[in-house]
Design a protein around this ligand. Structure first.
Ligand SMILES: *Cc1c(COP(=O)(O)O)cnc(C)c1O
Length: 457
């Protein structure tokens, strides 16, 4: 095995990207226009500015500017935990006895433990810049809430997080990390909001849901002066901020003349995958190079592989604009035994369009195979991966094993989005043999599709 490529490729601080890349500028088929949930007409920048900060509203609708400057304050924050290393998985290659060359971009090197901080700091920055007092959000597993808490404390912005009650109880350490950063955490459903009180009246013992936490966060932002509700994935602006992942990865690979054949990422709402593939997809769209892109999703929440391409709500509260995307319906909830994350019902409209146009593939994988891949990876590469990230690991391993059969020396790049320290409950179920796989039936999905909003067009 040739080892002239180091285990870890770092960029120098002065080599870090200073602009985000707006992939939409190079897309021939742009994502369908966002719709105003009240009028169902394409949303205007004025209307969108009531939901998001002005600068973020602009980014959300900008389909033409290819590069957008990263403000200096955000760059300085990035420097605390970036550039993220690009690692050659020599040990995994050896374990698999594959001729494939495997690389991964690790985004878990910060306290939030995931890539979500890349957009949290940007969203908090623009909120502060506009003179807002604070932001509200929901968190399920806790990564997004933690990332936003960190960003808000850096900028002295108030942060109110509604945390799904079962996570609040199962992940007390996540909760305390957020409180360390000064955020206030409320288990959802709560008595603080009208939505919460209604739900508690109807279902007194409920352990909560992401949809309900979203509704509470939205209601609170609406009631308080100087507050906005913010979202950690799916939106165009979030994908834009996450391009820092792909830009760094590409620059590091270019430094050593490495060209990936296959680029793989896990897909929840699509932000890390969109960010990782963006500069490579840009080259493909401009006809400069070709790559194979693979989105990996859980078989229990298969929005790309089994969803429909239609307009749907991004949030259960229906404050965010409607997007045309691959979706399972905004009321879809993965079965209770699903513990691998990536539970979002829809997919970024940018990725949905690329998938629809045949520029990207998608695969769904079952959670026991994901945890088996996670364990194998942890044992040889040292890092304990987040269950979400392990979806990408699973398919990277599958592709490397294919190379072993064919003898092809393909270069594989995948996104290792985070660490799994707070997911030991799920790992425990796996180790105890209590984890099962669940794949929704066509009838279940059909019932969910029937709840999609009827858009007259
Ligand atoms: C949130 C999260 C994801 C999925 O979100 P995307 O928006 O699809 O990237 C993946 N990995 C980790 C570690 C996460 O926290």
């Amino acid at each position: 095995m040739s080892k002239e490529i180091p285990y870890k490729i770092y960029l120098d601080e002065n080599e870090m990207p200073k602009q985000w890349y707006n992939l939409r500028a190079d897309m021939k088929n742009k994502p369908a226009p966002l719709l105003n949930p009240a009028t169902l007409q394409p949303i205007t920048i004025e209307e969108l500015s009531e939901v998001f900060c002005e600068e973020l509203a602009k980014q959300e609708l900008d389909e033409t500017t290819p590069y957008i400057d990263i403000p200096e304050k955000i760059l300085n924050f990035y420097k605390m935990y970036r550039p993220a290393p690009l690692t050659r998985a020599y040990c995994l290659e050896e374990k698999l006895q594959t001729p494939a060359k495997i690389y991964y971009k690790f985004e878990g090197n910060n306290t939030s433990g995931s890539h979500k901080l890349n957009s949290a700091i940007a969203q908090a920055y623009y909120a502060k810049d506009q003179g807002l007092k604070g932001v509200t959000t929901e968190t399920g597993a806790g990564q997004w809430g933690t990332a936003l808490s960190m960003a808000c404390s850096y900028l002295d912005l108030d942060c109110k997080v509604y945390m799904v009650k079962c996570s609040y109880e199962q992940k007390p350490f996540r909760r305390e990390v957020m409180r360390t950063y000064g955020a206030s955490i409320t288990p959802s459903p709560s008595m603080e909001t009208e939505v919460g009180r209604k739900i508690l009246e109807k279902h007194p013992g409920t352990s909560g849901s992401l949809g309900c936490a979203i509704s509470e966060a939205v209601e609170t932002a609406g009631k308080l002066d100087g507050y906005r509700y913010v979202l950690g994935s799916v939106l165009n602006q979030v994908l834009l901020h996450q391009t820092i992942i792909g830009l760094e990865a590409k620059k590091a690979m270019d430094k050593y003349g490495i060209k990936p054949d296959i680029i793989i990422g896990c897909a929840g709402g699509g932000s890390n995958l969109g960010g990782l593939i963006a500069p490579f997809m840009g080259e493909k769209l401009r006809g400069e190079a070709d790559y194979q892109f693979i989105a990996v999703e859980p078989a229990s929440c298969p929005s790309l592989t089994r969803g429909v391409y239609a307009y749907d709500y991004c949030d259960t509260g229906a404050v965010c604009p409607l997007q045309k995307m691959y979706t399972l319906g905004s009321n879809f909830i993965p079965s209770a035994n699903h513990s691998g994350g990536l539970r979002y019902h829809g997919m970024s409209s940018i990725l949905s369009q690329l998938y629809h146009d045949g520029l990207m593939e998608a695969r769904s994988v079952e959670q026991t195979s994901v945890f088996a891949a996670a364990e194998l990876f942890a044992r040889v590469e040292g890092t304990l991966p987040a269950p979400e990230s392990s979806h990408a690991i699973k398919v990277a391993i599958d592709e490397a094993l294919k190379c072993k059969e064919t003898g092809e020396e393909k270069t594989i790049l995948f996104g290792l989005t985070g660490t799994g320290y707070f997911d030991m409950y799920a790992y425990e179920k796996f180790h105890n043999g209590q984890m099962t796989d669940y794949v929704p039936t066509d009838e279940e999905l059909k019932a969910s599709f029937e709840t999609l909003p009827k858009i007259p067009r």
